[in-house]
Design a binder for this molecule. Structure first.
Ligand SMILES: *Cc1c(COP(=O)(O)O)cnc(C)c1O
Ligand code: SF4
Length: 336
């Protein structure tokens, strides 16, 4: 496989994650040039629909050169199809606005509260439900955390706190320390879960200070990462996973089923096998949230179910993810 790794590695400034974050590609023409697809410049939308291109160079390095159908490229490259209005595709696709109990906290499911710990991501995935949701406004300032933690403290039915976003690992480790100090006197929270795409798209974030923080947490730790294709894994991702294991975290992965990217049994099987090689178990395979601008990625439920059936016939049960959709008002993700 010829990848963009050579071209991009030359411009990598070092391995400090903040530098790598800042040096992410935000210009579609530059991205196309790095993967040898300059000729596609004319197909770029003039308007990014308010959701800009953003992708770390290390992730670009895993794209195949000269392949306009590359499954990593298609996750991040703005397409004209995003500007089409599709019936049933809405701005707030998962009913989050209704579920917000305290600012920055989503408490929809029994026992679990989800904290919007950060509004930013290292990568902008074109299918993301967040593309129209003003999470940026909720970027957890210390005062908002106090409010969110107050909600968690008062509700003793919450035994698991989920850090989500955006990407909670966008926060400096010192911010995470502040948060874990706030949790220290809430004994009913026995599990901390982190939903993050950074171990995959910017594995350098899983650095020494972060691992020290994770290791020192008194509660059980679960890291749910997000990869959609086996090609997203490389040595740097394996290394990040192994450090997370070393810190005592259980590693799970959630994927989104995406037309033209992973809507194929062989691809999904390869993904399960590859993540398990990195010590990660498949958790959910999501039918995408029906958010405006993502309709061209949608896969029919019948095909999704057939794909899971094929996976079940060819994999051990623990490598078959649960196929789900998020439906506003439901007490859990809805199995399909
Ligand atoms: C998805 C989600 C969770 C976690 O659900 P699990 O089925 O436990 O993974 C919790 N809270 C909210 C608001 C969610 O959207
Ligand atoms: S990393 Fe997750 S939250 Fe961030 S843009 Fe991608 S899908 Fe959305």
């Amino acid at each position: 496989m010829i990848t963009a790794s050579h071209a991009t590695r030359l411009s990598l400034p070092g391995s400090d994650w903040r530098t790598l974050w800042r040096e992410a590609i935000t210009d579609a023409h530059e991205l196309l040039a790095l993967v040898g697809l300059e000729y596609l410049a004319g197909t770029l939308p003039a308007d990014d629909a308010g959701f800009s291109l953003r992708v770390p160079r290390g992730f670009v390095a895993r794209m195949r050169i000269g392949d306009p159908r590359d499954p990593l490229l298609l996750q991040v490259l703005p397409q004209l199809a995003e500007l089409e209005q599709a019936p049933g595709f809405m701005m707030d696709a998962v009913g989050d606005l209704a579920a917000r109990e305290a600012q920055g906290v989503l408490h929809k499911y029994q026992g679990r509260a989800l904290l919007i710990a950060s509004g930013s991501c290292a990568v902008n995935c074109r299918y993301c439900f967040r593309r129209h949701f003003p999470y940026g406004d909720e970027m957890a300032a210390a005062s908002q955390w106090r409010q969110a933690l107050e909600h968690v403290r008062e509700d003793t039915s919450i035994n698991e706190l989920i850090l989500s976003g955006g990407d909670p690992l966008a926060l400096a480790t010192s911010k995470l320390e502040e948060l874990s100090r706030g949790l220290a006197d809430i004994p009913h929270v026995t599990r901390l879960r982190i939903h993050t795409r950074l171990p995959v798209v910017l594995p350098e974030r899983v650095d020494g200070p972060f691992i020290d923080w994770l290791k020192a947490l008194p509660m059980q730790k679960v890291v749910v990462m997000h990869a959609n294709h086996a090609n997203e894994f490389d040595d740097s991702v394996d290394e990040a996973c192994s450090r997370l294991h070393g810190a005592g975290a259980t590693l799970l992965n959630q994927s989104v089923l995406l037309k033209g990217i992973n809507d194929d049994a062989d691809i999904l099987i390869a993904l399960s096998e590859r993540m398990f090689a990195a010590g990660v178990l498949p958790y959910y395979l999501h039918q995408l949230d029906r958010v405006q601008g993502a309709a061209h990625f949608e896969v029919a439920d019948a095909l999704a179910q057939a794909l899971i059936e094929l996976m079940r016939n060819r994999l051990p049960g623990y490598l078959v993810p649960k196929l789900v959709r998020e439906v506003g008002g439901d007490p859990s993700k809805r199995p399909l």
